[in-house]
Design a protein around this ligand. Structure first.
Ligand SMILES: [Zn+2]
Length: 464
């Protein structure tokens, strides 16, 4: 029987890892209600009764949250409403409360007009085909019916305590924090009041207009204010977070950025001391330094596909204690639950710096220094984007001077270093990156990449 709630989504909002759109353009309260109906039905058929629901600080989030709760209720699922907070707080609720999944209304690191939903079902990421199936189910009106009553649950204090529980004190540090007016602001305020040392917080007020800067710490210009604060207060280090605090930004005492793979090397050191020989996962964009350093510290580096849900699934499969992406999502299973929590990662890194004689800047300088391009993104027709990488792979097959990894696109390693070409899973875009230990090597890698793109009829982007 087709329900009167049957509804067709704009195809663009059903993405690889989440549901996301522009509010009042292609993403409305009606869409969110329907997601609640469909996901609620999926949970019920999976034997669940309750789902944790959280939302971020965007202006549209409270209304969307209430639509989501109504949709869940109409499918007979009880929403356990944890209120406004970071995405990892909703994941924490999903792990620790008697619920069968977690849903988070969030636009993450995107501009203010965006919003979306991140979903977890029974501790596993809900993504890819799961999301497409949810879309078809909604269109068919294939729902369970019910009338469940939602409840409120204040998890904030338990969550803050849980993060602080793993802080290992050492020397008192002076630390700068910039939650970027994102939904991690209140948690940052609470953490910094209780952590030892001296803490300076800017942009801690949750504000969906993001008045200070765009809430994405993986873009260096968004860290300008944090760098200025580190310099002004002579801080040992600084932390930035994205709009829902599942992405971290780290600045050393000299105002320099530590990127995702560098943060991973530092965090892995502690984990490998306790778990020698453990597998540590990073995505295919990570530096050779990650691979070499993990090996040097007695671990097994595993380079895996880029993408939040793919990394998380691989972690579950391999029993890996720590994984991270260049996009600065860091997943601790060691001591924690295995979901990406930038606030927890910050406290773990803080413990390492507090207990070490070296400063964070010294630790950064002790790593082998590489020259690399940033992540270069350029347009490529949707129907060509995966084929280009396959063509490159075919052309390089059998060549003895290169080593080709095809886990996700092509990552080509030779004596100069490596270059990567992969298709974005979410846009009609190719992504490239090159890394070498020398300037000449980097130029040769760029030339090789350009030559391969030309052979596939793609004019090279600016690789400088
Ligand atoms: Zn995020």
């Amino acid at each position: 029987m087709t329900s009167s709630d049957a509804h067709k989504f704009d195809g663009e909002i059903l993405r690889e890892y989440d549901i996301r759109g522009q509010v009042d353009k292609n993403f409305s309260p009606k869409d969110v209600y329907t997601v609640g109906r469909a996901f609620g039905s999926i949970v019920r058929r999976d034997g669940g009764e309750r789902v944790a629901v959280g939302y971020d600080g965007r202006l549209s989030s409270p209304e969307l949250e209430s639509s989501l709760v109504k949709g869940l209720s109409a499918s007979g699922i009880q929403a356990v409403r944890i209120g406004c907070g970071p995405t990892p707080m909703a994941s924490f609720a999903g792990e620790t409360l008697d619920v069968h999944g977690a849903m988070m209304i969030t636009g993450s690191h995107n501009p203010p007009q965006y919003n979306g939903i991140k979903l977890t079902l029974d501790g596993k990421p809900f993504f890819g085909e799961d999301i497409q199936k949810l879309g078809r189910q909604a269109e068919a009106g294939d729902f369970e019916d019910g009338a469940a009553e939602a409840t409120d649950f204040d998890i904030f204090e338990t969550y803050v305590q849980r993060i602080l529980q793993d802080y290992q004190a050492g020397e008192d540090l002076t630390v700068a924090w910039d939650p970027g007016n994102g939904s991690g602001g209140d948690v940052v305020e609470a953490l910094t009041k209780r952590l030892p040392g001296t803490h300076y917080v800017i942009n801690g007020e949750i504000d969906g207009n993001f008045p200070a800067h765009h809430p994405d710490p993986t873009v260096e210009k968004n860290l300008d204010q944090l760098k200025a604060l580190v310099a002004e207060k002579n801080c040992d280090l600084g932390f930035g977070f994205d709009g829902d605090a599942d992405r971290i930004g780290v600045i050393d005492g000299q105002g320099r950025v530590l990127w995702g793979d560098q943060i991973m090397v530092l965090l892995a050191r502690d984990v490998l001391k306790e778990l020698p020989g453990a597998t540590i996962i990073a995505d295919v964009k990570a530096s050779q330094v990650f691979v070499d350093e993990i090996k040097r510290m007695g671990g097994v580096p595993l380079i895996w596909k880029t993408g939040h849900s793919l990394i998380k699934s691989k972690m579950l499969e391999t029993g890996c204690p720590l994984a991270g992406e260049m996009s600065a999502h860091i997943f601790f299973k060691h001591g924690y639950y295995g979901f990406d929590d930038a606030l927890y990662a910050a406290v773990r890194l803080l413990s390492i710096v507090a207990r070490d004689d070296e400063s964070l800047a010294d630790m950064r300088d002790a790593m082998p220094q590489m020259l690399n391009t940033p992540e270069i993104r350029f347009d490529c027709p949707e129907d060509r984007k995966f084929k280009v990488a396959e063509e490159v792979q075919a052309r390089l097959a059998g060549r003895s001077d290169v080593d080709v990894l095809t886990i996700d696109g092509v990552r080509v390693t030779n004596d100069d270093g490596w270059w990567l070409l992969r298709a974005s899973n979410t846009q009609a875009v190719l992504v490239a990156r090159c890394e070498s230990s020398t300037a000449e090597g980097l130029e040769r890698l760029k030339a090789q990449l350009t030559e391969q793109l030309a052979a596939s009829g793609i004019s090279a982007p600016d690789l400088s």
